[in-house]
Each structure stands twice: as C-alpha cells, then as structure tokens.
Design a protein around this ligand. Structure first.
Ligand code: GAR
Length: 206
C-alpha cells in the first residue's frame, strides 16, 4: 500500500515509520513520497537518507486554493492510498480532505478531545497540560475531517504526567512512548483493511 507522509518539522514520527518498515514490523506499506510544508523541515533530510522521494508544497507560497489543488494532484499522481500527517502543522484543503475521506490520518500529541483544536500543536498541548495540572496525557491517531482534530479516533495511548515534568520532557516521552508506537500501528491496521468508520466512530474489523 502506497502512503504519502506530510511533515513540517523534525520528522521523528516519519523516522518511526521508516524504521518499522525497514525492520519488517510494518508490512505491505511503502512510503511513496514525503511532502513537507516548508523547505527547512529536517524530516526532508530523513527522507533523503532513507532514499524516499520528497517534495515541498507550501501553502504560504501557493495560497490556500492552489495549495489544495497541488496536494490533491500530487497525491493522485503518486497513487497514494493513505495520507499520513506525521508532525504536519498545517491543514489540508477541503478538496483534498473530501477526496481522501477516511484515508487521511493524523497524530496529535494529546488525548483528544482534550488539548486539541486550532493552535494546539507542537509543544503547546504539553504546556497546556502542565498549566492545567492533569495527571495523564498521551497521543491520539485519528482520521482527518474538515475540522481540526475532530475526525474519528483510531488509537490512543497515555502516559503519566510526572511531578517534575517540563513541557519538553513530557513531549519527548509522549513522542517516544505514545506517538511512535500508535502511528505505525494505525498505519498497519489501515493497510490490513481492519478499520471501518460507522457513524463517525472507528470500528475494528476482525
Ligand atoms: C509531534 O509531537 C506531533 O504529534 C505534533 O508535532 C510534533 C512533530 O514531531 N503534531 C501536532 O501537533 C499536529 N497537531 P515530528 O516532526 O518529530 O514527528
């Protein structure tokens, strides 16, 4: 199954996918292309090192409408069957989201429906978690719809928030113990045809 991975920054989630494919833990999955929102994303280097084609498609440069057209035509031209937003800090356009309904997944660094929505990305959810004093946090993989972080939830994994956590230590732990575990797992479930969306909820098929 051909996937396209959208990135914006460091690319640790992209790396987790690459590593699981290399080790044989993730099967029947090929990264057809890495698509970055900006040319300074370190994730592009990770793609190059792994020999995966990469491309920058910038909403800032193209404008929203042309960006939507460009991403959709790129996905169609590479034959992507699943779109993975792996540390992608922007939003896909409505045509792309519609054309790929229930075929786009996103990793969010908190337990949705808490600490999510517009503006809640990167380090911010972890800062908000600490400011609120909640005792567990984690990550969520969900299908993408036209609203920020509101599509059907596929997988979640939690960790304890520790008394001496900073936003950075919490982020690091959630990336390693939650994001990099459930994102490859969700991709495998999708590739194996195990996911079904019924009434906006994800059901697991046997
Ligand atoms: C990750 O924590 C990811 O969950 C988050 O940005 C970070 C990027 O890491 N994504 C969002 O906040 C999306 N709303 P990475 O580039 O090293 O994978």
């Amino acid at each position: 199954m051909k996937i396209a991975v959208f990135v914006s920054g460091g690319g640790t989630n992209l790396q987790a996918i690459i590593d699981r494919i290399t080790s044989g833990e993730l099967t029947n999955v090929e990264i057809a292309e890495v698509i970055a929102s900006n040319d300074s994303a370190f994730a592009i280097e990770r793609a190059k090192i792994a020999g995966i084609p990469s491309k920058v498609i910038s909403k800032k440069i193209l404008g929203a409408e042309a960006y939507d057209e460009a991403t959709l035509s790129e996905l169609e031209s590479i034959g992507a069957e699943l779109v993975v937003l792996a540390g992608f800090l922007s939003m896909l356009g409505p045509k792309t989201v519609k054309a790929y309904a229930n075929r786009i997944i996103n990793i969010h660094p908190a337990l949705i429906p808490a600490f999510c929505g517009q503006g809640m990305y990167g380090i911010r959810p972890h800062e908000a978690v600490l400011a609120k004093g909640v005792k567990v946090s984690g990550a969520t993989v969900h299908f993408v719809n036209e609203h920020y972080d509101e599509g059907p939830i596929i997988l979640q994994k939690a960790v304890d928030v520790l008394p001496d956590d900073t936003a950075e230590t919490l982020q690091k732990r959630i990336m390693k113990e939650c994001e990099q575990v459930i994102l490859p797992k969700a991709i495998q479930l999708f590739a194996d045809g195990k996911l079904e969306v019924v009434d906006n909820l994800v059901k697991f098929k046997n």
